[in-house]
Design a binder for this molecule. Structure first.
Ligand code: GLN
Length: 381
């Protein structure tokens, strides 16, 4: 067994989905929708297959999709991108993140990660033999101490990963916070790799700011995103990486040899999806805001103290309120006996014990699903 795989276990999020299936539990663990994908997208994908877009696309992405990505960023952020040199289509954000890190880090480089963090970033750093440095996000609003962030940067820092809107906390980083991050990246000649997969899932007037648009960051930011969450097609595995040409050249090399390319017909459908009118993106946030409020209510009734997210589609709950202190034990009890799957909070932390008072629920589900989960949770404690 290679040393590089020794330090991480398999994904707890995805293991919880397998456990949910085994125990016929309501799955509020892995973040994927259980309602149908938009009909017009399914039609666009079917049409692309019928029209025989069935062979490899250009390795860094079908031209119509790269053009649609450029048009989307121009429309939403007035950001101009060259589809020929700054956009790479990849197999989901997962590949986008690991390809970006493999393309830019050397062994023993340091990567700054906010904690709690989406669990892939740990193994991603390990696969690059990079060292991780953590900066804590503090509940209830998941702010960080600027001095702690400053202290995490040094001459070995190669990159910081910023996931906003954030999984699992629902934090939306403010412009001021991102400006500090940008300042530190410039001061220490580091890259900022942003995971913006929940970009359009924002509540209560929260605003998403891509670091790529901040002054001085155009040449040192790598933006990773995908169709999964915005278009409710997590199984399509179509994502993209935006970066200045000198970074894109390296990322494309890694991408080419890792996967060759994402599914061609789904890239065609992606071009269609990204061109949907603004109403689609606005309605998405409204749709999730209602579900957030609904699950917040259910969790409160069950006695599970939920933290209100400002974006993304997860809720962290503090389990001390129901007299538990072991996230794994409680999650096991919930999936096996109560019939609701969640993710133990520890999966989002670097060290055992740090997240043991937390569990994460997702609400990208049909009302019936959430209602059933609520019914089961209410009887649980
Ligand atoms: N991002 C989703 C989650 O956190 C699922 C990601 C995955 O399993 N690929 O649940």
């Amino acid at each position: 067994r290679a040393h590089r795989v020794e330090h991480f276990t398999e994904s707890v999020i995805r293991e919880m989905t397998r456990l949910a299936l085994r125990h016929s539990a309501v799955n509020l663990a892995q973040g994927f929708p259980d309602f149908p994908a938009p009909a017009e997208l399914k039609e666009a994908a079917t049409r692309a297959i019928e029209e025989d877009f069935n062979q490899y696309a250009v390795t860094w992405g079908a031209k119509p999709l790269r053009d649609a990505i450029a048009a989307k960023y121009l429309r939403h952020y007035a950001l101009e991108l060259d589809p020929e040199t700054e956009i790479t289509v990849v197999c989901g954000s997962t590949e986008g993140m690991i390809a970006s890190l493999l393309a830019t880090t050397n062994p023993d480089d340091e990567i700054v990660i906010f904690e709690p963090y989406y669990e892939n970033y740990g193994p991603d750093a390990d696969l690059c033999s990079a060292k991780r440095r953590y900066v804590t996000l503090h509940a209830p609003d998941w702010t960080f101490d600027p001095d702690e962030l400053r202290a995490a940067f040094n001459s070995k820092t190669k990159a910081i990963i910023v996931n906003t809107p954030n999984n699992p906390t629902g934090k939306v980083f403010t412009r001021t916070e991102l400006e500090l991050i940008a300042e530190l990246c410039q001061e220490h000649d580091a890259l900022c790799i942003t995971d913006e997969i929940y970009e359009h899932i924002l509540y209560d007037g929260a605003v998403h700011v891509p670091v790529l648009t901040l002054p001085g960051m155009r040449d040192r930011t790598i933006l990773v995103n995908s169709m999964s969450k915005t278009f409710s097609v997590t199984g399509w595995r179509v994502g993209w990486v935006l970066a200045a040409p000198h970074l894109t050249t390296s990322i494309r090399k890694v991408h080419d040899f890792l996967t060759v390319g994402a599914a061609t017909p789904l890239q065609q459908a992606g071009a269609f999806a990204l061109s949907l009118p603004d109403k689609y993106f606005i309605d998405l946030a409204v749709h999730y805001a209602e579900r957030r409020d609904y699950l917040m209510g259910l969790l409160r009734v069950a006695g599970l103290a939920p933290y209100r997210p400002a974006g993304a589609y997860y809720i962290m709950s503090d389990i001390k309120s129901i007299g538990y202190s072991d996230d794994v034990l409680l999650s096991r009890h919930l999936v096996e006996t109560v019939g609701v799957a969640c993710v133990p909070g520890g999966s989002f932390f670097s060290r055992q014990g740090l997240g043991s008072h937390l569990i994460r629920f997702c609400f990208c589900k049909k009302y019936e699903t959430l209602e059933e989960a609520g019914r089961r949770l209410q009887r649980a404690f």
